[in-house]
Design a protein around this ligand. Structure first.
Ligand code: ASP
Ligand code: MG
Length: 408
């Protein structure tokens, strides 16, 4: 039996007809090597952004069901075009929407969760020798409503299909040649990692490294799907993401630095200091499906306290509305929002066994005269909220001081 390879191509890899032809070349090459190939594609270039903008021009608070109906069209365009480009090589290929191949999700529009994948159709087409091209990012409810899986959701489609089909590897073909120690556009001295663990990748992805959607990494970790992040434009090996903790190099404390400028900080002033306050606030946000990132609450000396938390910018309006409502009910003071913040983080499994890493991070920021507004930590990451204007400087200093700069 031939091995199955799932190849995902992101929006920048299929940005225009020339790019699509190059992707077709690559797919055909893999097919001719004898693999059964399933391709997952994103929408062309910045199509999804443009569609979302279009929606906002007719309604500043569009229905999420209609939004999914709209943005899912992007991927339908790219799968069909890729199939046509592959046909030019005389290779059989067939494109499908998520609904057609039975990617069943719940009804949480714009953030739907995959419930089940029926692989029958894909397997039948693979058996006929065809390349199967599946629209990323989308699914369908049991009521036949179209859903999407959250921004970057084609990654999740690819990982989920890899698991369902028992693929050998899930290739994430993208515009970078692997996972870097930092975003090279921000930190020019960043270098490519040959290998990284799911846990570190998860931290990097959750912290705003835009290579992989966090949900796709969680899924891959849960089902142990090996991922290979590589460039769409070269044959070079990229970065493997796997479970096996290959011997971390002696002395490596920090594996990567991230810098996320897409968060906003909300502060509730004078929240009453009594049991149930935080529970009520965050319950209200949870009901609206708003993910909270950092939370900071200080001790109260006067019977009330300020409470700050961060959310992604995309959820800011919804968060402000919900927070203002709940604040009225619990009798807190005003609600302030600040989206001029950034979060810089250091990530590494090595920090579990090294003391003093946080102190070193704070010292590096202090030396650059960067004020820390919020701090949060996990076992393998330390994050600081700082002013947005200082984010890049902070990332570069941390990268260099933790010994990650590329050595030429
Ligand atoms: N086209 C969708 C987006 O831009 C899905 C994806 O690219 O993975 O978020
Ligand atoms: Mg995209």
């Amino acid at each position: 039996m031939n091995k199955i390879v799932v190849q995902k191509y992101g929006g920048s890899s299929v940005a225009d007809p020339e790019c699509i032809k190059k992707v077709a070349d690559r797919v055909v090459k893999t097919r001719r090597q004898g693999y059964k190939v399933v391709v997952v594609v994103s929408a062309l270039g910045d199509t999804t952004d443009r569609l979302i903008k279009l929606a906002s021009q007719v309604n500043d608070n569009p229905s999420e069901r209609e939004l999914d109906m709209l943005v899912s069209t992007g991927e339908q365009v790219s799968v069909a075009l890729l199939a046509m480009a592959i046909h030019k090589h005389g290779v059989e290929a067939i494109s499908f929407t998520g609904a057609q191949v039975g990617i069943i999700t719940d009804a949480s529009y714009t953030q739907a969760r995959i419930i089940n994948i029926n692989t029958k159709k894909i397997e039948e087409e693979l058996k006929k020798g065809k390349v199967v091209i599946v629209a990323g990012f989308q699914g369908v409810t049991t009521d036949q409503d179209i859903t999407t899986l959250g921004r970057g959701g084609s990654n999740l489609t690819a990982v989920a299909l890899s698991k369902a089909l028992g693929a050998d590897v899930c290739e994430m073909n993208t515009d970078v040649d692997g996972v870097y120690t930092a975003d090279p556009r921000i930190v020019p001295l960043a270098h490519k990692l040959d290998w990284i663990s799911y846990d570190e990748m998860l931290e990097l992805a959750s912290l705003g490294s835009q290579i992989l959607q966090p949900r796709s990494v969680i899924f891959a970790k849960k089902f142990n799907v090996p991922i290979h992040v590589r460039s769409s434009f070269s044959a070079k090996q990229g970065t493997f993401i796997t479970k096996e903790a290959k011997a971390m190099m002696e002395g490596v404390v920090v594996s990567g630095i991230t810098c996320n400028k897409k968060e906003a900080k909300i502060t509730i002033c004078d929240a009453p200091d009594r049991p149930g306050t935080a529970a009520k606030i965050f319950k209200a946000l949870a009901v609206k499906e708003i993910n909270i990132d950092m939370i900071v609450q200080n001790v109260s000396r006067t019977g009330s306290t300020d409470l700050s938390f961060t959310v992604t910018n995309a959820n800011l309006n919804k968060t402000m509305r919900t927070t203002k409502d709940i604040v009225k009910k619990i009798g807190a003071g005003k609600v302030i929002c600040d989206d001029n913040i950034a979060k810089v983080s250091i990530v590494g499994v090595g920090m579990k066994s090294h003391p003093g890493v946080a102190a070193r991070m704070f010292e590096i920021l202090a030396k650059k005269n960067i004020n820390i507004e919020m701090i949060s930590t996990s076992e393998i990451n330390i994050s600081c909220i700082i002013r947005k204007a200082k984010a890049e400087k902070a990332a570069r200093s941390l990268h260099s001081c933790f010994g990650l700069d590329k050595k030429n």
